[in-house]
Design a protein around this ligand. Sequence first.
Ligand code: ATP
Ligand code: MG
Ligand code: MG
Ligand code: MG
Length: 473
Amino acid sequence: KELSSSQIRQMYLDFFKEKGHEVMPSASLIPHDDPTLLWINSGVATMKKFFDGSVVPKNPRITSSQKSIRTNDIENVGHTARHHTLFEMLGNFSVGDYFKEEAISWAWELLTSPEWFAMDKERLYVTVYPKDTTAKRIWNEVAGVPKDHIYEVEDNFWDIGQGPSGPDSEIFYDRGQKFNNLAEDDPENYPGGENERYLEIWNIVFSEFNHKPDGTYEPLPHKNIDTGMGLERVVSVFQNAPTNFETDLFLPIIKQTEDFSDGKKYGQVKENDVSFKVIADHIRAVTFAIGDGAIPSNEGRGYVIRRLIRRAVMHGQKLGIEQAFLYKLVPVVGQIMQSHYPEVLEQADYIAKIVRSEEDRFNETLKDGLELLNEMITEAKDKENKQLSGKTAFKLYDTYGFPIELTKEYANDQGMTIDQAGFDKEMEQQKERARAARGNAKSMGVQKGLLTDIKTESSYIGYDCLKSNGILK
Ligand code: ATP
Ligand code: MG
Ligand code: MG
Ligand code: MG
C-alpha cells in the first residue's frame, strides 16, 4: 500500500485509539521539570511523571507521536539509511494496565493486518531477551510468529541504572538481500546485528523490575509498557525507499536544495547525497527546535542548534551553495509537517529569521576558516603528522565559529585526528581570562543565561521580534 506519512502516523494513533488509548499531542522538544535531559529523545521521556507515580493519568493507556531529538546520532546522519537528529516516535503506553500479551498481539495486529499496515509477515523478525521466555512464548503462540523469526539477543534489556527496567523486544523489517552489507557467514548477519538488511522499526519495553540503588532488581507492583516506533523508518518501508530520505518527509526539502546548488542532483554522486541528507535532516531539527523556543548560542541546547546549522551550511558549501539558503527551507519543512504540526508553518517567518541570522554570521567566516583548516591539514600531512593541534582547533572555534565536533569530523574525513586535550586546555584558559575580566560577578542562573544568550546572539532580528514571539517579556 502506498500511503503518505501523514496517513501512516494517523493510522498508528487510530489503531491504539480503537484499543482504548488516549491520544496525546506531541510534547515540546524542550523538557520541563527534567534537568537531566537536554532534549526530549523518546516518547517515554514525556511519560516519566506517570511511570514514577507522581501523576496519575486519566487513562492508563496512552498513545502519541512524539517529536524527539537525539544528538548522539548527529554523525550518523547522512551515512546510515535510518538515523535522524529529529524524528517522530510513535508509541503506545500502559501505565500499570495491560502487559506483554496485549502489547505483543496488538503490535503484530497493527503490523500485519490487511486493514492496518498489511506488512508481509515473512519480512518481519522479532528479538527477545534470552531469559524472557514469556515474551518468546507469546510471540510464537499468541501472535503466531514462527520460531525461526524470533531471535534471542542478550542486549535486549532496557536499563537506565536506577528505576523501572525490563526486557524488551525489537521488531525488524527485512529489506531484502540487496541491502545485505555483510558476508553470508558474518556473525552479525541476523536481525539485531550490524546487517543493514534488517531495519529496526519498533522497540517494545516490558518494564517489570525496579532497579534498586543497591544493584538488585525487584518486581514492580504495577508493570508498564513503553514502545517506540520510528515514523520515518516505517514510512520508508511503505514507500519502498532505499533510505528514510526518499520519502515524502524529506524529498521536497532535497528537491528545493537541488535548486540552490550549482546544478548538483540528488542520487548521482554518493558524496553529494550525504550532503543533501545532512541538510534535509538538520533543517528539520533546527526548525522544530527553534519553533519550540530554543535559540542558537554557545551552550546547551543553543549549541546543538548552532552545531546543526553550521554542519548543514558546511555541506551546502560542498554542494556549491555560496549564499544563505537554509532559512528558505523552513517553510518547506512547515508544509510537509502541516497536517500534524500546523504551528511550524505559522511560525515559519520567525524561525527563518533566526536561521538566517545564524547562517549569515557563519558565512562571514566560513571561507577563511576552511582555508586555514585545509592549510593546516596539508601542513600536518607534509610533516607526516596525523594530528591537528589543539591551538588550531581552538582558533577555528574562537575566530571562525567552527564547532569542535565539525572540525573533528572534517579532519577525520581526511584521515586525521585532532588534539582534543589541547583544545580543552585552550578553552579552559579562555574561560579563565573571561572570569578574571568579569571580576567577582556572581555566575548567572540558567534562565538568566538563556536570556543573555538571546540578546547577544540574536541581536540581528531585534527585540521586537523576540518580544512579539513571547520569548522576551
Ligand atoms: P538503532 O539501533 O537503529 O540506533 P535504537 O535501538 O537506538 O535504534 P530505540 O532507542 O529503541 O532506538 O528507539 C525506538 C525506535 O525509534 C527505534 O526502533 C527506531 O525505529 C526509532 N529511532 C531511534 N533512533 C532513531 C534515529 N536517530 N532516527 C530515526 N529513528 C530512530
Ligand atoms: Mg540508536
Ligand atoms: Mg537498536
Ligand atoms: Mg531499539
